[in-house]
Design a protein around this ligand. Structure first.
Ligand code: C2O
Ligand code: CU
Ligand code: CU
Length: 530
């Protein structure tokens, strides 16, 4: 399909390619939080050239960071590519970060999943202008888990989250704490952080993103951008050498819109030990596991049943809807459900019937990572059947208020939440919540696409998932246990989450994390008031 162009043509080519390196002006914002700080970092967002595919290097935008204060393992490179460094924090630390914007446009840095004050949250109302820097500070109060950081700019002409993240601005952030350390899960070389991102390249290895105009671009924006190949930590054809023992795989779906359905090539069960907000109370085993944009999943895998010379692949089993270009948005069960209830014609364009459509969708298996077994190890470790003991009990009572959000569509203008789109830092009456109050938020999906709904500044529990159309193939892999900051809501589904607004008053955001959807306005502020 059309509608894509090289990234360099989508911003001023001169600034992109010319090694743009402005002299930084004074800080545009600063924080009153007092030191001493346990960690002090300097993060730069800047253009660069990085080798991704064989041949010419690709133009990217990326984060690089420097540790001023803090333990030595606070910053670790993630592969030798564009991905931002792994920031490793310990619960209880006080963190100071200076961010330098060396990009030719506004940006912000959002700490996805962290419970930080509104002013530290990287919201679009607090942009960092080109050639300026800002300083942030926060206390690390969240549970041990894999979080991440990425840009969150949104101007009068729409959002730039999709573009900037796609260009390479994103990195992982791990919080450790004593409770997790006590479990002695695999660490060091046996703890692998894996960022899944799909990308499309030109013949000259330039990253391709959605062009500004035309019908193809509009269709891609409605569906969300999907790349032709999957990169892991910024590399194609990812391969890791392992030995015959257990590993901990910490996956982040950093893709703009692609939903992965993770499975093992040899059919072994996928063992989930954690979600967005840290470890589960006990492992969950599934044939496959669904990972929507912005979500993280913590997997345990034991290669103790393999031999040196073997290899096992982590794959994504995707259903492709070829006619929509790029696919992945709908599976067979979902399509049948929509057809059964008349939401989708049995005959598309008067020339295709259900059977033909099913054939066209096909099933595609994308290989994500090949684990090549190269050595034997003797120590057999087993996974404890009791993991986290610090998960909160459901805070829901009989009188817990329910707030309802209808996810809808505006013809040719993208998706809506309760009929509204992004309007900057203003809230409607039904977007004001009380500090310390527990609420149930109910997302009702009235569209034909799944939406990964994200709430800033907290972790929530998934209370209930009600499907009008019965189960679809994708449902089998949903993990609703544990803590989440992003929940996938399928077409015709109602998902209830329980959340409590603690500690900080002010503006936060809730939105779909399909980045093209949020950029097109499927995003709103809410306000916490005392
Ligand atoms: Cu991952 Cu509003 O963000
Ligand atoms: Cu967020
Ligand atoms: Cu969406």
């Amino acid at each position: 399909i059309g509608g894509v162009a090289a990234l360099s043509t989508l911003v001023g080519a001169g600034v992109w390619l010319g090694g743009y390196r402005p002299a930084l002006r004074a800080a545009s914002a600063s924080t009153a939080m007092e030191g001493p700080f346990d960690v002090d970092l300097r993060v730069r967002a800047h253009p660069d050239k990085v080798a991704i595919l064989p041949g010419a290097p690709s133009d990217v935008w990326r984060y690089t960071a420097e540790r001023i204060v803090g333990p030595e393992d606070t910053l670790m490179p993630v592969g030798e590519s564009y991905a931002g460094p792994l920031i490793r924090l310990f619960r209880g630390q006080r963190v100071h970060v200076r961010i330098d914007n060396e990009l030719p446009e506004d940006t912000t840095v959002h700490w996805h999943g962290l419970h930080v004050p509104p002013e530290m949250d990287g919201q679009p109302r607090l942009p960092i202008a080109p050639a300026t820097s800002t300083t942030l500070a926060f206390d690390v109060v969240d549970r041990a888990g894999l979080y991440w950081y990425h840009p969150h700019p949104h101007g009068p002409n729409g959002g730039r989250v999709g573009f900037q993240s796609y260009a390479g601005l994103a990195g992982p952030l791990i919080i450790n704490d004593d409770a997790e350390r006590a479990l002695e899960l695999p660490d060091g070389e046996r703890e692998l952080v894996l960022i899944l991102q799909d990308r499309t390249f030109s013949n000259g290895n330039e990253l391709q993103y959605i062009d500004d105009g035309g019908m193809g671009a509009m269709m891609t924006r409605m569906q969300g951008f999907r790349g032709e190949r999957v990169l892991v930590n910024g590399h194609p054809d990812a391969r890791r050498e392992v030995s015959t023992q257990p590993y901990r795989l910490r996956l982040l779906n950093g893709s703009n819109s692609r939903i992965y359905k993770l499975a093992w090539s040899d059919g072994r069960a996928v063992t989930v030990i954690g979600t967005d907000g840290g470890l589960l109370a006990k492992p969950e085993r599934r044939r496959s596991v669904t990972l929507a944009p912005a979500q993280r999943i913590d997997l345990w895998v034991d290669f103790g049943d393999t031999e040196p010379g073997d290899s096992v692949q982590l794959v994504s089993e995707e259903y492709q809807l070829g006619m929509m270009g790029g696919g992945g948005m709908m599976d067979r069960g979902m399509m049948d459900g929509l057809m059964d209830r008349g939401m989708m014609g049995d005959r598309m364009d008067g020339m295709m019937d259900r059977g033909m459509m099913r054939d066209m969708m096909g099933s595609e298996r994308l290989s994500l990572v090949t684990f090549a077994v190269v050595a034997r190890a003797n120590d057999a470790e087993t996974l404890p059947e009791r993991l986290a003991q610090d998960l909160p009990a459901s805070p829901v009572q009989a009188d817990t208020p329910v707030r309802r959000f209808e996810l809808g569509m505006r013809m040719m203008q993208g998706f809506t939440i309760n009929g509204r789109q992004m309007e900057g830092a203003t809230v409607a009456d039904d977007e004001i919540v009380r500090l310390a109050q527990t609420e149930i938020w109910e997302f009702v999906n009235n569209t034909m696409m799944p939406h990964p709904m994200h709430v800033h500044g907290l972790q929530f529990l998934v209370q209930e998932r009600i499907s009008a159309g019965g189960k679809t193939d994708l449902h089998d892999g949903i993990i609703d246990a544990g803590l989440h900051d992003t929940v996938l809501v399928f077409p015709e589904e109602r998902v209830r989450i329980a959340l409590t607004f603690k500690d900080f008053e002010g503006f936060y955001m809730y939105h779909c994390h399909n980045m093209e959807h949020e950029d097109a306005g499927m995003m709103r502020y809410f306000k916490v008031v005392a």
